[in-house]
Ligand binder design. Sequence first.
Ligand code: URA
Length: 234
Amino acid sequence: MIRLDKYLADCGLGTRSEVKKYIKAKQITVNSEIITKPDVKVDENNDTICFKGKEVTYEKYVYYLFHKPSGCVTAKQDNLHKTVMDYFPEEIRNKDIAPVGRLDLDTEGLLLFTNDGPLTHHLLSPTHHIPKTYYAVLDKEVPETAIEEFQKGVDIGDDKLTLPAELIILSDKEAELTIHEGRFHQIKRMFEAVGCTVTYLKRLSMGSLELGDLPKGEYRKLTEEEVQMLKESK
Ligand code: URA
C-alpha cells in the first residue's frame, strides 16, 4: 500500500505538488470513487486509479535506451551545455530516471536510463565487468600490435593496467573496441597508449543491449526481454 500522491507521481503524472492539485480538483478516482485526500493509501496492485476517467498504471521501474548525440553532457544539470535529460519529456523525467554510467560530451551512442537503483548498481559494479563496445575513428592508422596490447592490458596512467579488451580493426582509421570496465575517458586513453587520437566515438552496445538503428537524440522503452537479460547479465 502506498500514498495516493506518491502513486500518481511514480506513474509520471506530475510532481507531488502537481498531483495534489489534481486530487484537490476531484480529478482522481480510486475504484470509481472520487478521492480528495493525497495521503489515502492505495493498493498499487489491485486498485483501479483514474485521472479524468483514464486509468493511470503503476510502473515501479522504467527503462529507456537513448541515442546520445555529441554536444550534450551526461548530467542532470549543466550551466553551459544541453544535458541528456533535456531529451526526455517531463512525465518521464518525473520518474526520477538517471543515466547508467557516462559518455563524454563529444561521445555519441547508447546510454541507458532507469530509476531501478539495484540494476544500476549491478551494471556499474566493477566486479561485474559488463562488456561495452565502442566504434572509434582515429587520427592515424591503428597499429596491428594494438590487438595484442589491448588483449594483455595497457598502461593508461592508473594504478593498474586495463583489463583485457577486444579490438577489431575495421579499416586503417576505424576500429571497434570492447572493454569490460568503465574508467574515465577509457577508450580515448587506451588509443592514446598505442599512439592514436580518437576523433569520433560512439557506444554501440552495453551487455546484451544494442543501439541498433535508434535515431540520434531519440529514446525508446526497453522490451521486457531486454530488461530481463540485463538483470541476468554477469
Ligand atoms: N571512453 C571514452 O574515452 N569516452 C567515453 O565517452 C566512453 C568511453
